[in-house]
Each structure stands twice: as C-alpha cells, then as structure tokens.
Design a protein around this ligand. Structure first.
Ligand SMILES: CC(C)(COP(=O)(O)OP(=O)(O)OC[C@H]1O[C@@H](n2cnc3c(N)ncnc32)[C@H](O)[C@@H]1OP(=O)(O)O)[C@@H](O)C(=O)NCCC(=O)NCCS
Length: 164
C-alpha cells in the first residue's frame, strides 16, 4: 500500500507512534559508499520497539520484520527520520508500520521516503505472550491504518497455518 506516514500523519491518529532522527556516520557505510541496509533495519526495529512499549506499557520482543523495501540509498551525513506507527493489535502481537525518510541537510528539499516496512512485536509478561490493550478506532485515518494492519495480520496467520 502507498501510505506516506511523514506527510499524512495528523492529529486524527491516536494509535501509538514514535519518531526518531539520526545523522548517518562513516561506520554505517557499506563498501559501495551508501548506508548499510542492516543499519537502517536496526533503527526501524528500535523505533518499532518504542511504539510497542508505549502501547503495551511493558516488555516486547520483535517477532517479524516484513516487506522491507529500500526505495533509495541513504548517504553519509544525511539526516534520517524514522516514523513508527501502530496500525493493528492482535491478542499479544502489535503490527507496526515503519518508514524512513532522508533529508539532505545541505539543501531544503522535502524529506523523501527511502525505506518502508512492517514489524510485528509481541508483548511478554514472565516470558509469555500476553494480551495487549485493544485499539479503538475513532477517525477515518485510523480506520485506514487499522484495516491495512488487520489484512496483514490475517495474511500472516494464513501463511503460518499453511506452513504447518
Ligand atoms: C516472541 C516469542 C516469545 C513468541 O513466541 P511464540 O511461541 O511465537 O508465541 P505465540 O505462538 O503465542 O504467538 C504470539 C503472537 O505472535 C504471533 N506470531 C507467531 N508467529 C508469528 C510469525 N512468524 N510472524 C508474525 N507473528 C507471529 C501470533 O499470531 C501471536 O499473536 P496474537 O497473540 O496477537 O494472536 C518467541 O518467538 C521468541 O522469543 N522469539 C525471539 C524474539 C527475539 O529474540 N527477537 C529479537 C530481539 S528483540
């Protein structure tokens, strides 16, 4: 789905969210001179973890990183903005949409989407997957995200069932 978190997030969305900004450093480069994909995945995972902790108010672990697409390279010195948005919850699992935007600090261009993906986090109490609070959908914007998350959750469940 084509969803632009940076430009479309607004006050009508109350589901948990986290944003974080980083400047890319030389130790994050790959041999081609752009930022290593694993570095970007790591910050996606961290921001998704913050979202899940905010919603569950407790311990969480990453269960699945999915549909990660590197749209454009990121370079040394770029400012990256990572946005994590909770879009759906199951019983113990939370589906989080994560997008990374790049801004070249040397110019005033609008931030551009460089990476997108989804993270499934599981809430644990005493090492056991445990119930998280449900989501209450109050706005059109929340409905769009919730339906997307629900569809993903169902597709993942079907995949898991079929692989048994
Ligand atoms: C997280 C962990 C405790 C979950 O254990 P589990 O045996 O899969 O637990 P369950 O089968 O009860 O499933 C828990 C939830 O995860 C979901 N889930 C299970 N397998 C999944 C998969 N492959 N993809 C996405 N979601 C999955 C289930 O649907 C369930 O969601 P629900 O409660 O909302 O219905 C366990 O897999 C684990 O410890 N994994 C390692 C986590 C880790 O080290 N992460 C990296 C560092 S943070």
């Amino acid at each position: 789905m084509n969803y632009d978190l940076y430009h479309e997030l607004n006050k009508n969305i109350s589901f948990a969210r986290a944003t974080s900004e980083y400047i890319m450093h030389p130790n994050q480069l790959n041999p081609q001179g752009s930022i290593h994909g694993g570095e970007l995945i790591k910050i996606m995972d961290m921001v998704a973890g913050i979202v899940a902790r905010k919603h569950s108010r407790g311990m969480v672990l990453s269960k699945r990183l999915d549909d990660i697409v590197f749209h454009k390279p990121v370079y040394l010195g770029d400012l990256v903005t990572v946005i994590g948005q909770l879009i759906y919850v199951g019983r113990s699992s939370m589906e989080i949409m994560v997008q990374i935007y790049r801004t070249k600090v040397s110019d005033s261009l609008d931030p551009e989407l460089v990476v997108s993906g989804f993270v499934t986090m599981v809430h644990l109490v005493d090492d056991t997957p445990s119930q998280v609070p449900g989501l209450v959908v109050n706005s059109k914007e929340e409905r769009i995200l919730y339906e997307l998350g629900k569809k993903r959750h169902q597709e993942i469940r079907e995949k898991l069932m079929n692989s048994k």
